[in-house]
Design a protein around this ligand. Sequence first.
Ligand code: HPA
Ligand code: ZN
Length: 324
Amino acid sequence: MKVFVENLPKAELHLHIEGTFEPELMFKIAQRNNINIPYSSVKEIEAAYKFNCLQDFLNIYFEGAGVLITEQDFYDLTYSYLQKCASQNVRHTEIMFDPQTHTERGIKFETVINGISKACEDAEDKLGVSSLLIMSYLRHLSEEEAFKTLQQSLKYKNKITAIGLDSSEKGNPPSKFKSVFEASVKEGYIPLAHAGEEGSSDYVWEAIDILGIKRIDHGNNALQDENLVKEIIARDIALTVCPLSNTALQVVDNLKNHPLKKMMNAGLKVTVNSDDPAYFGGQINKNYFEIQQALNLTKYDLYQLAKNSFKYSLLNDLQKQQYL
Ligand code: HPA
Ligand code: ZN
C-alpha cells in the first residue's frame, strides 16, 4: 500500500505555505536574519508542537512565520515544499498563503508574492510540478483589513487564482466576510474557505450560501446536517480533508474515528491533503497511507481520492484532461 500511495499521481489542494516551515529551515532563516527564536534545537521545536485545538497551533504557526523577512526567505520556503511535492508524485498543488501574517509585521505584499511565485515558476520548469496560488484572508482580523489585502493584491492579480479564509474559525463566521468575498469575486478570484473544522455546520451553510465557495477546506462538521450534505453533493462541491491535521488539532480523537470514509459513502467528493505538514507530523503521502491503514481503505478508494484531487482542482479542463 505504501508503494501504491507513493506511485499514485496526485494533487494537493489544501496546503498553507507557512505550515510547511520545517524546523531545520526555520533555524537557518532565523540565523541569517539575526532573529532569536525561543528554541535551541530541532528537538525542542518538535516537542512544542503539541496542540489541544486550532488556536494552540495558530499561536505557534504565526510565531514561526515571523522569521520570514526577505523575498529569498519566501522563495526558499516555497521551493523546499515543491521539492517534497516532486518526491511524492504530487504533480500539481494549490498553495495557500496568508499575506496578512506578513504585512502586519511590516513585510511588503510584493516581497511575499514575488518570493512564492518565483519558486513556483522555477519548480514548474525544473521539477515538473505545477502550482497556483490561493490568497487567504485571516478571519480573526476585520473585514476592513481583508479589503486592504484585496487592494494590495490587485497589482499581482495574474499570479493569484483564488481567495481563501483561514485562522480562528469559532466566533469568526463566513458572513463576516460577505462584502470582501463579493468584491474579490468581481476581481476574478475564485472563492474558497475553511469551514466546519471547529465551526458548526451552520458555518458551512454560510460559506456555500453567503460566500458562494467552490470548494470547502475541511468540512468535517458538514456531516452534522443531512440537508447540508445533500446540498454540497447537489452543487458538486468537494471537501479538502486533512487527516493528520484533524488528529493533531483534536478535531478527531483518533484516525480510526475519522469521518473520511463516511463522507465518501454519503456521496461527498473528498480529497486528502496535508494542511500544515511541518506541524502535523506528515506530508501528503503519510496522510494517504495513515488514513488508508486506519480505515482499511481499498486501492480503489485511494484511486478515487487522487482522481478527485485533479477533478476538483482549479486547473482548466484541458489541463485536467492529462490526469483524468
Ligand atoms: N485551519 C485554519 N487556519 C489555518 C489552518 C487550519 O487548519 N492552517 C493554517 N491556518
Ligand atoms: Zn488549512
